[in-house]
Write a protein that binds this ligand. Structure first.
Ligand code: IPM
Ligand code: MG
Length: 369
């Protein structure tokens, strides 16, 4: 099997973390006789500097012409005063829209080896395994009207959803829940917003086609609290774009660090894979960035685009093992507990790479018997 992956490293720590993710994909390819061909293109701030646009035409063309897109991060302080539609982030939003993926999957898993990294008590987080399904192409991010009237002093964005937009993302959430613990929590603000009333009634309608999956509804404010109090009660969390943006960052606390969270966006022409974290310009180039979010994102690519479930699990297992050995990037440093070894981005990537090679070697040896 041959796959063409467009690699959009982007800004800040993006290039450092995607380099490790790329290496993981290459080694899975070599060990299994697949080949991943990478086409590297600029996006975000780098693209603004080189081409005057956060999403140059060549980048979009390459992305649309590939089997999967792997993205690092976009954004930088020097662009903070630009209008929203000229910023690095606008390039990412245009890309998401052009690729057409509407279901953004964001797993948040409490690794047992990280139980003392999270500020939450281990008895609260142990075993927590949540999959956020964030609607990615609608709501306040994309709907019109939108404007900033500087003289009039009025800013405007619109939270708009059509029934069809809710149906398609809800189906993905229920479908994925069937393969997990069969529970969907739909999150909205239906006590105040009409758009949420549409959301809730549509999700309830879709649920009828999945009688084996339990559905409950939570208001977003209450959900934000329950996520910290009782994270184990959640399986799949289905929500609209901005609520999903906020809740998935909050859920990083369960894992221990935002640097751990991967994501995959499916349902469109080409799947898009990006870690949840941002470009972290303050630590770019220092070797402090955590590459595990990007590496786990590569695992999602193996699962959802390359159909290599076994290899996806191997990558996830390798990550679990390096954490169990006590390896920590700066963001994962423990405040209590012993046996930790602070490592750089590269060292962490290499450790995962070595564990992964061993796991796959052993698997192949078993097969050969
Ligand atoms: C994310 C990010 C993006 C978003 C930004 C960079 C546009 O925060 O992927 O969560 O808001 O979707
Ligand atoms: Mg975000």
């Amino acid at each position: 099997m041959k796959m063409k992956v467009t690699l959009l490293a982007g800004d800040g720590i993006g290039p450092e973390v995607t380099r490790e993710a790329k290496q993981v994909l290459e080694s899975v390819g070599q060990l299994n006789g697949h080949s991943f061909e990478f086409v590297e293109m600029p996006i975000g701030g780098v693209a603004i500097r080189q081409h005057g646009s956060p999403l140059p035409a060549q980048t979009l063309e390459a992305a649309l012409d590939s089997d999967a897109v792997l993205l690092g991060a976009v954004g930088g302080n020097e662009f903070n005063s630009l209008p929203a539609d000229k910023r690095p982030e606008a390039g990412l939003l245009q890309l998401r829209q052009a690729l057409g993926g509407y279901a953004n999957l964001r797993p948040s898993v409490a690794y047992s080896a990280l139980s003392d990294t999270s500020p939450l008590r281990p008895e609260v987080t142990d075993g927590a395994d949540i999959l956020f399904v964030r609607e990615l192409l609608g709501g306040l991010y994309f709907a019109h009207p939108r404007s900033w009237d500087r003289e009039g002093g009025v800013g405007l964005n619109t939270m708009r959803y059509t029934r069809d937009e809710v149906v398609r993302v809800a189906r993905i959430a229920f479908h994925l829940a069937q393969k997990r613990r069969k529970k969907v929590t739909s999150v909205d603000k239906a006590n105040v917003l009409e758009v949420s009333q549409l959301w809730r009634s549509t999700v309830t309608e879709v649920a009828a086609q999945y009688p084996d999956v339990a559905l409950d509804h939570q208001y977003v404010d209450a959900c934000a609290m329950h996520l910290m109090n009782t994270p184990r009660n959640f399986d799949v969390v289905l929500t609209e774009n901005l609520f999903g943006d906020i809740l998935s960052d909050e859920a990083a606390v369960i894992t221990g660090s935002l640097g751990m969270l991967p994501s995959a966006t499916i349902g469109g022409k080409v799947n898009l894979y990006e870690p949840v974290h941002g470009s972290a310009p303050d630590i770019a180039g220092t070797g402090k960035a955590n590459p595990l979010g990007a590496i786990l994102t590569a695992a999602m690519l193996l699962r959802h685009s390359a159909n290599l479930e076994q290899d996806a699990v191997a990558v996830e297992t390798a990550v679990g093992r390096v954490l169990a050995r006590g390896l920590r990037t700066a963001d994962l440093a423990r405040t209590r507990g012993l046996n930790q070894q602070i490592v750089t981005t590269r060292e962490m990537g290499r450790a995962v790479f070595e564990e992964l090679n061993e796991i796959i070697d052993r698997r192949q040896a078993l097969h050969a018997v």
